[in-house]
Write a protein that binds this ligand. Structure first.
Ligand code: PGA
Length: 252
């Protein structure tokens, strides 16, 4: 299995100058990155170049985009293409984050296009999936995860795709709310995702990292990061605080 991926989702926070300062402070807290860890920072587009430059000579750290439009170029006012991202030195991208699904109205069809387009431009894609509270209460978690995973991944190349894919399980009710899924809920969902991945990618589904996201903090990371089938975390709020994020990265 790969190293554990500790990913920061900065959302719509941080100017270029603030991003440089935050990364400097973060690196001052992480004098030695543990061998089994990798760190990913996903700033807003406008801070991507600064963030990438700040991490240039820092092994184990990379940058990613929170979003892009799934075309190489064209008349798509206001959009950013994967080619523009890789030209900024960015290596990863998120797709299907619940804020984009629920606030921006992105559907499984668009998310599938983003996954395919990102992969075709050598971006490592992190597909976010997860249920709302009412879907959980109705007992629809497994069905929802199946729909989100199958629709996004069915056209991905079975041989080359898995090495460039990660999944982030983020229950919508746990994002930014301070509420965390408990260990059993995380294990159950991640096991379900692993089984689905092995069905979609019979040979390589085992190798795909599954991250947990939703109110990850320094005081709960040690109860999350070492659970079965948890291969990393995606951190929103706590990643905007250098000390807190460093403590998450260094969790033992
Ligand atoms: P949170 O966000 O850590 O603030 O809950 C997680 C995410 O949206 O990826």
């Amino acid at each position: 299995m790969h190293k554990k991926l500790i990913a920061a989702n900065w959302k719509m926070f941080m100017t270029p100058a603030q991003s440089t300062a935050l990364i400097q402070e973060l690196l001052s807290h992480i004098t030695q990155l543990p061998e089994d860890r990798e760190v990913l920072i996903t700033p807003p587009f406008t801070a991507l170049q600064n963030a990438t430059a700040s991490l240039k000579n820092t092994p184990g750290f990379s940058t990613g985009a929170q979003n892009f439009y799934p075309e190489q170029q064209g008349a798509f006012t206001g959009e950013i293409s994967p080619v523009m991202l890789t030209a900024c030195g960015c290596t990863h991208a998120l797709a299907g984050h619940s804020e984009r699904r629920h606030i921006l109205g992105e559907d499984n069809n668009l998310i599938s296009k983003k996954i395919l387009c990102g992969l075709s431009h050598d971006l490592h894609m992190i597909l976010c999936v997860g249920e709302t509270l009412s879907q959980r209460r109705a007992g629809h978690v497994e069905q929802l995860l199946r729909e989100q995973l199958e629709s996004a991944l069915e056209k991905v190349d079975k041989k080359t795709g898995p090495a460039m894919l990660s999944i982030a399980y983020e229950p919508v009710w746990a994002i930014g709310t301070g509420e965390v899924a408990d260990s059993q809920e995380i294990i159950t969902a991640h096991t379900c995702i692993r089984t689905l991945l092995e069905k979609i990618f019979p040979e390589k589904g085992k190798q795909i990292r599954i991250l947990y996201g939703g109110s990850v903090k320094p005081d709960n990371i040690d109860q999350i990061l070492f659970l079965d089938n948890v291969n990393g975390v995606l951190v929103g709020g706590a990643s905007l605080d250098a000390k807190k994020f460093a403590d998450i990265v260094l969790a033992t």
